[in-house]
Design a protein around this ligand. Structure first.
Ligand SMILES: *Cc1c(COP(=O)(O)O)cnc(C)c1O
Length: 408
């Protein structure tokens, strides 16, 4: 018999979202008439916008004609789309050849693991999107579960209210792969230019590479906050950016993302990271859907930009409504604190004295509202809940009505 990949036995017990779904299902079974509202999973809910959808419909129709049909395209993506992403989102910083179009950011994060292999040291923000650590565990780079919500081969970087959700970098060893997400899932914190400069300077000095997950850049409304790590001088020598149309244009189901690998980025032996990433993408990937790529092109032209701005504004308005409800006197009197600056889809809410799963259960029971327990994102998430603003307005308003009349 074939030995099991040790990485799988090293994975921590449950993936967070299946456990949330299990508790929701159990509650519904016990209360068949309850109308449960989810402010939990970070999935988009609003329809595709007309201009972007039309571009995909038209292209799909043309595929049914002799003249319009196309098979495999370039694995790195349509050159027109690579150029559009570079010109619109990274003007004068990044070239089209440094953009690799993909089937989504999560898939790129998984493929990144093949680029660095199992002997690379890993550091992650704590709390963090679970894929960074779990993906590293599967390829053997993160070590075994240390029995305390962590893995032996990972340096956890606590991000808490006390440090403005920006970690103490000094605990990171030389030559470490640093996963960094801003605006952050789950804390909602969007790092400032000064903070990102600290990160880039540190990485350059210590021989680290930053994997910068920028999936929520479209939610940034504070003009002082960088939309990409490459706004920081020196980032091209130390950072890969992972990005996505999922939260920008509601493409969670359509599937389209991209990574940026600058040509300046080098491994210890002086070889090009860009060249190896090109090899990974052309060998292990066969190109993003050509229909989705037409949607991506439309999302980045003038009309599409107007539409995606409106789409994201809708979710940001939901967040505002939720913030108002969660800062009501019933919560404030119990010491509950809401962390939300208006630059992300997530409200990060502290319930002092509560375990995350206990307050999750209580709010499910009393308000029939599903949230996400902060502890599922890492040990520093304990006592927090993440509230997601992805939802239909009427559901968000109903959830807020219930939350306002609830007392802890
Ligand atoms: C939603 C999300 C993504 C997007 O992933 P896709 O695979 O492109 O849908 C990436 N990173 C984070 C932190 C996310 O929350």
């Amino acid at each position: 018999m074939i030995e099991r990949n040790k990485g799988f036995s090293n994975l921590s017990a449950g993936y967070l979202f299946p456990e949330v779904a299990k508790r929701r299902k159990a509650y519904q079974a016990a209360h068949p008439d309850a109308k449960i509202i989810s402010l939990g999973i970070g999935n988009t809910t609003e329809p595709l916008t007309p201009h972007i959808a039309k571009a995909m419909v038209d292209y799909a129709s043309s595929l049914a004609t002799k003249e319009g049909y196309s098979g495999y395209g370039d694995e790195q993506g349509l050159s027109e789309l690579r150029k559009k992403i570079a010109d619109v989102l990274y003007p004068n910083i990044i070239s089209a050849e440094e953009i690799f179009v993909s089937d989504g950011a999560k898939c790129d994060i998984a493929r990144i693991q093949t680029l660095f292999g199992s002997s690379t040291k890993i550091a992650v923000q704590d709390p963090a999107y679970p894929v960074y650590v779990d993906g590293s565990v599967i390829v053997g780079a993160a070590g075994a579960d240390n029995g305390q919500d962590g893995h032996s081969g990972v340096t956890y970087l606590p991000c808490t209210a006390d440090n403005d959700f920006f970690p103490d970098l000094s605990v990171i060893q030389d030559n470490t792969l640093i996963y960094f997400c801003s605006p952050n899932n789950p804390t909602g914190a969007a790092s400032s230019r000064e903070q990102l400069k600290k990160l880039v300077d540190f990485a350059k000095k210590k021989g680290c590479i930053i994997i910068y997950d920028s999936a929520y850049f479209a939610f940034i409304r504070d003009e002082k906050i960088p939309h990409t790590i490459y706004e920081i001088e020196g980032a091209k020598e130390c950072a890969i950016e992972i990005n996505s149309f999922s939260k920008l244009a509601g493409f969670t189901g359509v599937r389209l993302g991209w990574s940026v690998v600058p040509k300046e980025l080098k491994f210890a032996d002086g070889t090009s990271v860009h060249a190896d990433w090109n090899r990974v993408m052309t060998t292990l990937f066969n190109g993003a859907s050509n229909i989705a790529q037409r949607g991506g092109l439309a999302a980045l032209d003038e009309e599409g930009r107007k539409e995606t701005r409106g789409l994201v504004d809708y979710y940001l308005e939901n967040a505002k409504i939720m913030k108002e409800a969660l800062t009501g006197s019933n919560f404030a009197n119990a010491g509950v604190k809401v962390y939300y600056t208006g630059d992300s889809p997530y409200l990060w809410v502290h319930f002092p004295g509560w375990k995350s799963w206990d307050i999750f259960d209580k709010i499910l029971d009393k308000c029939r509202v599903v949230t996400t327990p902060g502890s599922g994102f890492g040990p520093s998430g304990e006592s927090y809940l993440r509230f997601s603003c992805f939802g239909h307005r009427e559901d968000v308003e109903e959830a807020c009505r219930r939350l306002k009349t609830f007392t802890l």
